[in-house]
Design a protein around this ligand. Sequence first.
Ligand SMILES: Nc1ncnc2c1ncn2[C@@H]1O[C@H](COP(=O)(O)OP(=O)(O)OP(=O)(O)O)[C@@H](O)[C@H]1O
Length: 909
Amino acid sequence: MASKNTSSNSRQAVQRSNSDSARWIAGLLLLFIGLFAAAAVFFSFFSWAADQSGLQKSVEERVTLGIEPENLCGWAGARLGMLLVDHSFGLFGILIPAMIVLVGVRIVRQRPLLFNHSILSLFLIMILGSLTLGFAFANRWSLCCSTGWGGAFGIASSALLRTHIGAFGTLILLVGGWILTGVFINRNFINKVNEAGNVVVDKSGKVVEILKHKVVLHGRAAGEDGAAEDVPEPAPKPGPKAAAPQPAPSKAAEPAAQKPAPIRVERPSEPVAARKSVPEEDENPFLELTPDGKPVAGETAAEQTPPPAEDGEFIEVDLSRPEGRVVIGRSGLVELERPAVRDAVAAEPAPEEVPEREAAQSDPDAPFTEITVLDDAPAAEPEGVVVTVEANEAKLLDEKAIPTESYDPLKDLVNYRKPPVTLLEDYISDSEVSDEEIFENKTKIEDTLKNFGIPIQRIKATVGPTVTLYEIVQAQGIKISKVQGLENDIAQSLKALGIRIIAPIPGKGTIGIEVPNRDKQVVSMYSAVRSLRFQESKAELPVVIGRTIQNENYVFDLAKMPHLLVAGATGQGKSVGLNAIITSLLYRKHPAQLKFVMIDPKMVEFSLYAKIERHFLAKMESEDDAIITDPKKAVYTLNSLCTEMDNRLELCKKAGARNIAEYNEKFTSRRLNPMNGHRYLPYIVVVVDEFADLIMTAREVEGPVMRLAQKARAIGIHLIIATQRPDVKVITGGIKANFPARIAFRVMQMIDSRTIIDQPGANQLIGRGDMLFSKDGDLTRIQCALVETREVERICEYISKQQGYTEAYTLPDYTPDGGDAQMGSEESSAPVKYDSLFAEIARDAVSGGQISTSMIQRNYEVGFNRAGRIMMQLERAGIVGRQQGAKPRDILYHDLPSLEAKLQELGLF
Ligand SMILES: Nc1ncnc2c1ncn2[C@@H]1O[C@H](COP(=O)(O)OP(=O)(O)OP(=O)(O)O)[C@@H](O)[C@H]1O
């Protein structure tokens, strides 16, 4: 039996090597034919005219007449050129050799041929290109061949189309064809067309506006009787006397300087609200009136009396002065108002004005034209140069135009731009799993299972970037456990490492066998970040980590994990994975929304993020470096995060919010008062690389990590802990219990896999970013997205060049209670540089009897960070007590003289 198998195997191997050779030969042959044809067509573009007469002669005649071909590919090349260009597709005939080359390459590389996207795209371009050129030029002006730019096919087919659907129909058909081809080639094409369309519409709209504006100006200038040119210089600001309008003498008779300012009457046909959005240039030409409401000389009688406004309309009488306008309201009411007053009213109507105006409007017996002067200029005085008037203020206060009061944290750095995706590299890998590979694997799996007496009904293959999942439906009555036991045998027969059997596939009841692909695809961060799934994710902290076996981008919400454990042997892709997580967040979050605390005992992994300290990093005030590399400082920082957590929990309690999202929502909608210590809370993501090193050198790190892991999730502090030593001393039971989401890269032993994800599997991965994502016990195999150091550098560079905060986000300082002797002495010996406001604030605190960071912010107009630093200095100097939750700090000095003595002691006079 065994020998039978061996001989059949060797027969198969011989057959395979024969078919491989045949494929190679065929592929290379096509490749060379394609290259020759490409050269022939290319040369024929220049030599067709000279070679044409020679081609019409027989070989003997050419020999006797000594006619030589000009095409560098000889007479064969000239003929081929004629065939592909003249007789077929004209200029686009060159795409036929290109397609032949592509087919050759694919055959050599054992790629499937049918429905290849590139070949189909070239084919469509060739047909459409030939048709378009045939339609546009027919047989005119051809330089590339004898028939015409489009070749015989293009000319004949476009002529046929013209006959049947006319020139316009053909044009539409061609445009449609090109658009569809564009969409076929690149799905993004339609967006590009759309954008281009919008630009054209915008531009043409602007041109129309400018033209309209010019026409209006021209019309106006022409309509005015020369006085338009003499329009006096803008009048000086109206004084009490000058404010009222003058009677209007004849414009022509008066010297320009003494002419009363003309008033223009607008007759908008749309209601106010609609008109507001229309630029002034679009409005109707004005009927000019003098300030007292009379038309300026030269206007016709019909124009002199403003027609009664229709219901819902108003007539606006605008002074032709920069200072303002007169508006006749619906009821004929005219209001006069100075610009300054108007602006103030628009912002907030003065209480004494409102009743006056409202009374005037509501009074049915009011005279037809009543002038309400809204400043202290006497209304009765008819003189005055310019008066600014609005129709009625209530109408102009458009509710929608009033800025909403809610606080927008993104306005902190309003010009901040998220990094463009082009900073990432697209690792284009055209490695595909060939049909042959799938077929071979399927046969092997089938044979192996059959050899062990397990018949199967169906196999379905799902090709992923690194592995292909073969989903097997076994024959009725076969136990799944039987297949499970054959893992090694199947691996042996497939001669591949990294085979993983999932029996059963959760939720399906079928058996899955994951087989690594011969050529692995690189999943670029570029494609991951561009994915719709990531870009449209509504997650608070969206992370795109890579691609699943189904070739879907795997996006998760770090805020919901809520902490992440990342483990794997050295060199298997952990650091790349951490960078992918950080990069995802940098691509989606604003510096106001997110801060990182980076702990890097290896000292090299996170150093490149130091550049974005003022944008995205958080650190204790006493720390110099935002990237923490010293284990002791890491412990302090983690303890400081615990204090931050307590402060945040206290704030949430005070605000009656259950979590950070609710709290921030309340804060941004101005329901929490910053004066009571409330502030916008950014998410804090703590990334610890090489946790094993940390816990081995500073065991006390476990305490704050556990505290944070247990309580920090609700208030937006999330931990990502990475280790290359997944043993139980590092990943303790307590840590595991609080890290339900875990990522396992390849490990060497099954026991390590069990330590990380509580089951085997990670030991069967193939490395280089192949990983298992475990969430509450559910496993997903993912190829991690690759982001190289140079890409991260570019992103950090891009962010760091933008305006940032003055310093990193400040975490509460932490000093160990017993005090680390060395640390303590370092601190005490270091000269403290007090803030320039320190003494003043200390005096205010002592005389006022209270102090808080928000008070400092408010009273001294300093930012949160500076206020926090001053508070810390006051605490260290012993002037104020320690923060105790949300309670106000104690003031430890009760009279100014003793404070002054203290300030003197500190060297502050
Ligand atoms: N997702 C990926 N796609 C392709 N190649 C990868 C991927 N991840 C890692 N690699 C390759 O593996 C190499 C090692 O990756 P990485 O530095 O992330 O390993 P590591 O687990 O952090 O190692 P160490 O623990 O020693 O720092 C990378 O330089 C890269 O060439």
